[in-house]
Design a protein around this ligand. Structure first.
Ligand SMILES: [Zn+2]
Length: 74
């Protein structure tokens, strides 16, 4: 969360001016601890490895359940 030192308040990222300054006093806003991390779009593109294991297991399970469902109808 961006923190404005002169105003002593937190700013929403959308409330900041486009050049990254405080809309009230115009001072450069300090980036909070969360601003140092990658933006959400970049974080979403890096999927952890265990997600793919979980996805593979879910697909295998649902595939097996589909086979069972078809076998029940025959
Ligand atoms: Zn300010």
């Amino acid at each position: 969360m961006p923190w404005c030192q002169p105003c002593q308040r937190y700013l929403a990222p959308s409330a900041m001016s486009p050049d990254g300054c405080c809309p009230s006093c115009g001072a450069a806003v300090e980036a909070g601890p969360f601003a140092a991390s990658a933006p959400p779009a970049a974080a979403a593109s890096r999927v952890p490895w265990h997600f793919w294991i979980l996805l593979a297991l879910a697909v295998a399970y649902l595939g097996w359940r589909a086979v069972q469902g078809v076998a029940l109808l025959l």
